[in-house]
Ligand binder design. Sequence first.
Ligand code: 5GP
Length: 204
Amino acid sequence: MISHSGNVFVLSAPSGTGKSTLAKRLVQEVSDLDFSISFTTRAPRAGEVDGKDYFFVDNPTFDRMIETGGLVEWVEVYGHKYGTGKDWVMSHLATGRDILLDIETQGAKNVHAAIPDAVMIFLIPPSAEELSNRLRKRGRDPEAEIKVRLDYARHELCQFPAYDYLVVNDTLDRAYRDLESIVLATRLRRERMGRQAEQILQGF
Ligand code: 5GP
């Protein structure tokens, strides 16, 4: 079990649901919330920056990280490996800042096992048709990979009962407001605010 003082938010969604866009906006607009940059063996897409979107590494480097216990969790999906770096997560959690992990469902399950009070959020596309349109319209992945991603989407959607919050991304702004509300409300939970309330109480 990983001890921590900051909140851990886990955001999962089928590929193409708008998760990366929403996650980026969330860390930009909500204070004291940092994005966990994953390691991947996938090649960068146009516009992606190493060290910002992902740490892009080759297979031997990734495998070394697995062997040396450098990852909190890792998976192989769509023919590529993805993993959450342990050093960054541990050092951030120790400072008490909140962190946001944008990871798929298997990795999310593993994080939940290591951090049982991680706040689990699942983003759902408005419909299968809409997801298929979005994946094709963004034109980032080859058609064969889009098919793989759509197949995996069904599998991922079946995992929603493992999550605390479900947000439907019908419009980006509404989904953003829902996500922001979850983060802000979590920060006001009694177990987080109790010490401050005690101090105020002592003044009476
Ligand atoms: P993409 O190739 O579209 O950037 O990401 C594919 C999937 O991998 C997405 O669902 C994304 O959330 C997930 N992913 C990204 N980083 C990690 C990670 O570190 N661990 C796990 N388990 N999944 C990740």
